[in-house]
Design a protein around this ligand. Structure first.
Ligand code: NAD
Length: 467
């Protein structure tokens, strides 16, 4: 059947709502049947997902190239391969993670045994963004499936080719009463959000995150929000500057800056700022050549709206490298922007493109102060070789996750829960934390029956309280 792909046009909005209602109902019924409680069932379906992804590797890379020129190498390493590693890890450990965990007893309950069971929530809704259109939809789905939930995934409408491939893969391998794709934009998502789900996992902007949380509150549905923000890269004067330049340039221009954990802006210590800027400019030439437009390794901006928004930033400071744009191909050159201030619009919103503005500081305290005064970022990167400075930055700044002397790479370790804090999100996932996120911890006490002290029952008389 092809019914689990639902497309939106205004004329069909009403039917869409009805179809979405029917779909959620079907999933609820299937969940109630108890099939997903069986670990063998979950593993079999995860293995099926693994095979279909392997079969579709080229289709997926082509789709992401068609959507915004994502280089094959990046599509593989940051999306397909990344998801394949997650699947491997889950299949290897699911049995262990899913086992009820015995915990210590309270003497007051003697004799007893206590366990924490990991129960699926039920029917989950997973809403994805466009920038990593495969990984950010599939990794949460793997967590939801591993934990025994049914799920509806809603890919971004801004990457329609990838969305269609994902929908086809899911349709071919899963019954819609278990896993289904609903395609469409904001109106379709609104229809989904009107339904009662047992869990909602959202990746996207802070602004839409608020819409999702409001809708979830109506049903008291728990949410995970993976949002964005302005993630700083701070470079202290004692850092290895060549290395800092390479790792910052890589993290910033990967996916043409359209990465939630990309370094948004650079905070460089005044004494080394000039040298660092020269090194970053050199990295840009080394990575992408004199004309990055010709490079096969540099992505394009996803749509015209974002292209226009980003082009507008170019006039806000002094372009040190780059600055070239081409509307027809939605190309924005990797750009280094000097002489900006916090008052410039580029410093007041998440950039989400290949433009790196630079600000400087005299003392590390100042850099820390700048971060503290703003919304808590999703990521923070700090370059130094000084242990005391590392401690100082880690102690006094709050952020979702990050690296010392690198960018992006913390996301690669599945043992590090990935998520934001404050305006950059709530909840975290990857590896075992995904399994835990999509599981309810059901606490159960098994009380022994051979002893039943009369102390707790009334009449209490003059007995001393037990606690
Ligand atoms: P977005 O918030 O515009 O869209 C995300 C999803 O919400 C899409 O599926 C879209 O269809 C839907 N949506 C959009 N408007 C809606 C509305 N009014 N009502 C209901 N649903 C709506 O985000 P985006 O542009 O796709 O992604 C970029 C943002 O996502 C950036 O802020 C980035 O930092 C963030 N992001 C965060 C992470 C993370 O892991 N924390 C990862 C990637 C992207």
């Amino acid at each position: 059947s092809h019914t689990n792909t639902i497309r939106t046009s205004p004329a069909t909005a009403e039917t869409n709502l009805h179809r979405i209602q029917a779909l959620v109902k079907k999933q609820r019924e299937f969940f109630s049947s108890g099939h997903t409680l069986d670990l063998a069932f979950r593993k079999e379906r995860l293995r099926e997902l693994q095979h279909t992804i392997q079969e579709h590797e080229q289709d997926l890379m082509d789709a992401m190239y068609a959507d915004f020129h994502k280089p094959e190498m990046e599509a593989f390493s940051t999306e397909i391969g990344f998801v394949e590693l997650e699947l491997k890890l889950v299949l290897k450990n699911l049995q262990k993670w899913a086992k009820p965990k015995r915990v210590k007893e309270s003497l007051l309950n003697f004799p007893s045994r206590s366990y924490i069971h990991s129960d699926p929530f039920g029917v989950a809704l997973i809403i994805g963004p466009w920038n990593y259109p495969f990984q950010l939809l599939l990794n949460p789905l793997i967590g939801a499936m591993a934990a025994g939930n049914c799920a509806i995934v809603k890919p971004s409408e801004l990457t329609p080719t990838t969305s269609a491939v994902v929908a086809r893969m899911i349709r071919q391998h899963f019954d819609e009463s278990y896993i289904a794709t609903v395609e469409g934009g904001a109106p379709t998502t609104q229809h989904l959000l009107q339904q009662r789900f047992d869990y909602i996992f959202f990746t996207g902007s802070t602004q839409v995150g608020k819409i999702v949380m409001k809708a979830a509150a109506e049903h008291l549905t728990p949410v995970t929000l993976e949002l964005g923000g302005k993630s700083p890269a701070i470079v202290a004067e004692d850092a290895d500057l060549g290395l800092a330049a390479r790792r910052i340039a890589w993290g910033k221009f990967l996916n043409a800056g359209q990465t939630c954990i990309a370094p948004d802006y650079l905070l460089a210590q005044e004494s080394i700022k000039e040298e660092l800027l020269q090194l970053i400019s050199q990295c840009i030439r080394d990575f992408y050549g004199e004309d990055p437009r010709q490079s096969p390794d540099f992505a394009r901006i996803v749509n015209d709206r974002h292209f226009n928004r980003l082009s507008g930033f170019m006039s806000e400071g002094k372009v040190r490298t780059g600055g070239v744009t081409d509307a027809a191909s939605r190309y924005i050159a990797p750009t280094l922007l000097d002489r900006v201030t916090w008052q410039h619009p580029i410093m007041q919103e998440e950039i989400f493109g290949p433009i790196l503005p630079v600000l400087s500081f005299q003392h590390l305290d100042e850099a820390i102060g700048m971060v503290q005064q703003r919304e808590k970022p999703l990521a923070l990167y700090f370059f130094t070789n000084d242990e005391r400075k590392k401690e100082q930055v880690l102690k006094y700044t709050s952020f979702g996750g990050g690296c010392i002397n690198d960018t992006i790479s913390h996301i690669i370790n599945p043992n590090l829960p990935f998520g934001g804090v404050g305006q950059s999100g709530m909840g975290s996932y990857h590896g075992q934390s995904s399994f835990e996120l999509f599981s309810q911890q059901k606490s159960v006490l098994h009380r022994g029956t051979w002893l039943d002290l009369p102390l707790r029952y009334p009449p209490y008389g003059n007995r001393l309280p037990m606690l």
